[in-house]
Design a binder for this molecule. Structure first.
Ligand SMILES: [Zn+2]
Length: 69
């Protein structure tokens, strides 16, 4: 039986690496976003987006829960 032992330092580094990757993935992902002006659903990314139907500018902010990442 193989055992993996993490000391506190190793575990901390591991968690930081995982959290960083999760955050980067979230930042690069696109989301189904519904335009508040015309109701068109389109893929939006974090940052500035333009509705493909009515050209409304939408700034998609990261969720506040991301601060914990
Ligand atoms: Zn729109």
């Amino acid at each position: 039986m193989t055992k993996f032992k993490f000391n506190d330092k190793g575990m901390d580094d591991f968690m930081k690496k995982v959290q960083k990757e999760v955050k980067e993935t979230a930042l690069n992902a696109s989301y189904d976003y519904t335009c508040p002006n015309c109701g068109t659903t389109f893929k939006a990314k974090v940052g500035e987006n333009i509705c493909p139907s009515c050209s409304t500018k939408i700034d998609l902010e990261p969720d506040s829960s991301w601060d914990k990442l």
